[in-house]
Design a protein around this ligand. Structure first.
Ligand code: V55
Ligand code: FE
Length: 491
């Protein structure tokens, strides 16, 4: 009998949901703009079974994929499991076989050497497939319409790394997918590999190199001419794993590095820049002006992950965990290892940065962010799964340093938004923003649609769900013309 522990990871809004669902024609308040046609996918960790070790962290839950299919002012909802190898093995066994987050030394011996991936971090379509991603494993291919799992893919044997990032980037100039794997020659190795694949699934580039120290390489930056890798002090080693600890801890004594790889170059052309200890994980966007390379990150002074504790035992400091969008600039033509600058772009604190992706890897003006407005506390003990109290959506304007915001009220929190371009419009930010909100009092979720240029006006439409959607990590939009037709899917 499944009995989940009475720990914060499994309580209240974070209780496992485990619901697969189909809802045809969601009830709508307001009006869904008729020109939105396509599918929004998102993925949340949602444990199938009680944890093997008594408790677990949010980052280790099994992936649950949701699809909001928009057509003609109507939205259909579908939710299915990412049936990873881990999920299927544990389903068969009837209990958890895999232990702590990215620590195979805590697993049942029967699953030694199996992929431990949960496919719980990001989901996007590429080349006609839906890819559910976890950075410790290969990409999991799923059907974009039925959400049926096909299985792990190595892109016809072209991707040799056993790991594939959860944050690939699509270069809007070429349509190519830029990606990487870390721990690419095995657990805890410093080996990395950078890939570019085209929409036909053909490998265009592959560059192998080493990072200065092993760490969580969660995201990266892609510009027209460079791939940019930030090495930040969320570290691990065999000692931690042998002690049965979660994979990562934060080390305040290490410098950070920025590795810049010319996209047409090879490993010898990488330059490594250095800066003092800090935290940054996600990347809003990156671009280059000649040899000057800019990467915009939500940067914090200290650790943002309370569940990856300090390796020297320092207590978690919520003040130091606040992140602010910051532009890091390095010059590939400079001498020495110093950054040229680190410039704060806004006084709005927050994480989960998004953009109008037609402007990815190019100079851009607008960014979207989940933010915390501490002057408007929740009336409930409503911590988000990340540990942050996310009550505000923000649209940042980098040209003016100003922000438009929308507050979700005293009993709701917000999940990562996604931008949807308005068909027929090419101006940056001309489109919609969608986001799931957590109705904490009612233990259910709503799905909101905003005019991305009028965020402060509030949602133009609210799709009601009588379901609770557990806190997601990331999601993406696929316009209808990039979805297979039902006829193609049936063949
Ligand atoms: C993140 C999320 C993960 C993970 C590593 O920063 C990094 C986010 C949901 O899993 O394994
Ligand atoms: Fe992420």
């Amino acid at each position: 009998m499944a009995k989940f522990p009475a720990t914060p990871s499994y309580q209240g809004f974070h209780a496992p949901s485990r619901v697969e669902a189909d809802i045809t024609d969601l009830e709508i308040e307001g009006e869904v703009p008729k020109d939105i046609n396509g599918a929004f996918y998102r993925v949340a960790p949602d444990p199938q079974l009680p944890p093997r070790l008594g408790d677990d962290i949010w980052f280790n839950g099994d992936g649950m994929i949701s699809m909001f299919r928009f057509e003609n002012g109507r939205i259909d909802f579908k939710q299915r499991r990412a049936r990873t190898d881990k999920f299927v093995l544990e389903e068969r066994a009837g209990h958890a076989l895999f232990g702590a987050y990215r620590n195979p030394l805590t697993d049942d011996p029967s699953v030694e050497g199996r992929y431990r991936g949960t496919a719980n971090t990001n989901v996007l379509t590429y080349g006609g497939q839906l890819l559910a991603l976890k950075e410790d494993s290969p990409a999991l291919a799923m059907d974009p319409l039925t959400l049926e799992t096909k299985g792990y893919t190595d892109f016809q044997g072209q991707v040799k790394s056993p790991t594939f990032t959860a944050h690939p980037k699509i270069d809007p100039r070429t349509g190519d997918m830029c990606a990487f794997g870390y721990a690419a020659k095995g657990l805890l190795t410093r080996d990395m590999v950078y890939y570019e694949l085209n929409e036909q699934g053909k490998l265009q580039r592959e560059v192998w190199f080493e990072v200065p120290y092993y760490c969580m390489m969660h995201d990266f930056g892609v510009t027209e001419d460079y791939a940019v890798f930030h090495v930040i002090p969320i570290v691990s080693n065999w000692e931690r794993l042998r002690a049965g600890l979660p994979h990562f801890g934060f080390d305040t004594t290490k410098e950070i590095y920025l590795g810049v790889l010319p996209r047409k170059g090879d490993a010898r052309d990488i330059r490594w820049f250095r800066a003092p200890n800090c935290f940054a994980s996600h990347v809003m966007n990156a671009f280059n002006e000649g040899t000057k390379v800019h990467i915009d990150v939500p940067m914090a002074k200290g650790n943002m992950f309370p569940f990856f504790s300090d390796v020297h035992g320092e207590p978690f400091d919520p003040q130091k965990s606040l992140s602010y969008m910051t532009r890091w600039t390095v010059d590939m033509d400079s001498r020495g290892e110093a950054f040229e600058s680190m410039t704060r772009l806004t006084e709005v604190s927050g994480e989960f940065p998004r953009i109008d992706e037609r402007y990815a890897s190019a100079p851009y003006r607008y960014g979207f962010l989940l933010s915390q407005d501490f002057s408007r506390p929740l009336q409930l003990p409503g911590r988000s799964a990340s540990g942050m109290m996310i009550n505000t959506l923000a649209r940042l304007d980098h040209a003016t340093g100003t922000a438009q915001t929308w507050w979700s009220g005293t009993t709701s929190t917000i999940q990562e938004p996604c931008f949807i371009a308005k068909p027929g419009r090419s101006g940056e930010g001309e489109g919609y923003l969608v986001a799931v909100v957590n109705r904490l009092l009612e233990s259910r979720s709503d799905f909101l649609i905003f005019d991305a240029e009028r965020l402060a006006d509030g949602p133009v439409a609210t799709a009601k769900l009588e379901l609770r959607l557990r806190g997601a990590l990331h999601g993406n939009w696929t316009p209808a013309h990039q979805l297979p037709t039902a006829a193609q899917a049936a063949s």
